[in-house]
Design a binder for this molecule. Structure first.
Ligand code: MLT
Length: 251
């Protein structure tokens, strides 16, 4: 039985909706994917926003515009932070949840300091300086070794985004609340995925999400880093599509 419904996937920082191309290409028959560009990113013509709640509201607007009442909703990294903010706001819109390479906790003071520096970097030297800084950590060491062409693809996504969208999203991540207390109240089927080689949100963050969300499933993907869906697209989509089938069966 395939999943005859909508799946909303929210992209990571500082990328855009193209991140999800491998999953859209591997969509099971009957499943419709909505992959919005967050305000200011990719093809979005919206003004960049500076809070996680405003990012979540932009996804709600995309759902309303597409006339989607309920969907399996998820995201990778920053997309996961947006997903948790959206659940806090509108849990009734979720038929299921996907949290990939993300975490529930807020930024530490040290991470906030890093964001301030990144905001200054992107304003002074542009998105390519952010790509220089982030690329070594966005992809896992196996990908750097075995799929060097992926780095150029990720760089192109970063460089196509306006500096102000990147700065605004960094500010939104900096101010996001801790969602740990929300986890036990998540009552929809939830899939948690992490690349085994993720150094930005390591598998221990995924394990903490799994421990906090009742009945959640956890998948750790080998040979993948932070952008696990792009680095291990077959394994990611196999896991995702099997989860969607199980959501159908439980409805
Ligand atoms: C992301 O991939 O969205 C970012 O690395 C998340 C973060 O910086 O916390």
């Amino acid at each position: 039985m395939s999943f005859e419904g909508h799946v909303v996937l929210i992209h990571a920082f500082p990328l855009h909706a193209e991140l999800w191309k491998p999953q859209v290409e591997r969509a099971p028959a009957g499943t419709r994917f909505l992959t919005p560009d967050l305000p200011g990113f990719g093809r979005s013509r919206e003004v960049p926003v500076r809070s996680m709640e405003d990012l979540a509201r932009s996804v709600l607007r995309a759902l309303d515009e597409a006339k989607i009442d309920r969907a399996v909703i998820g995201g990778l990294s920053m997309g996961g932070y947006v997903t948790l903010a959206l659940y806090r706001m509108a849990a009734e819109r979720f038929a299921g949840m996907i949290l990939a390479d993300t975490r529930a906790t807020a930024d530490t003071e040290q991470q906030r300091e890093g964001r301030r520096k990144m905001i200054a970097t992107v304003r002074e030297r542009g998105p390519s300086a952010v790509a220089d800084e982030m690329l070594p950590k966005l992809l896992g060491e196996t990908t750097h070794r075995q799929q060097p062409a992926l780095a150029a693809r990720v760089r192109a996504m970063i460089e196509s985004n306006p500096a102000e969208a990147i700065a605004a999203a960094a500010e939104a991540m900096m101010g996001r609340p801790d969602s740990t207390a929300l986890l036990p109240s998540i009552s929809v089927p939830t899939l948690i995925i992490s690349g085994a080689e993720d150094v930005l949100t390591p598998p221990s963050d995924a394990e903490a999400l799994h421990a906090g969300i009742p009945g959640s499933r956890l998948a750790i993907l080998n040979n993948a880093g932070h952008l696990s869906n792009l680095e291990a697209p077959d394994a990611f989509s196999l896991t995702l599509n099997a989860f969607l089938t199980s959501v159908s069966a439980s409805r």
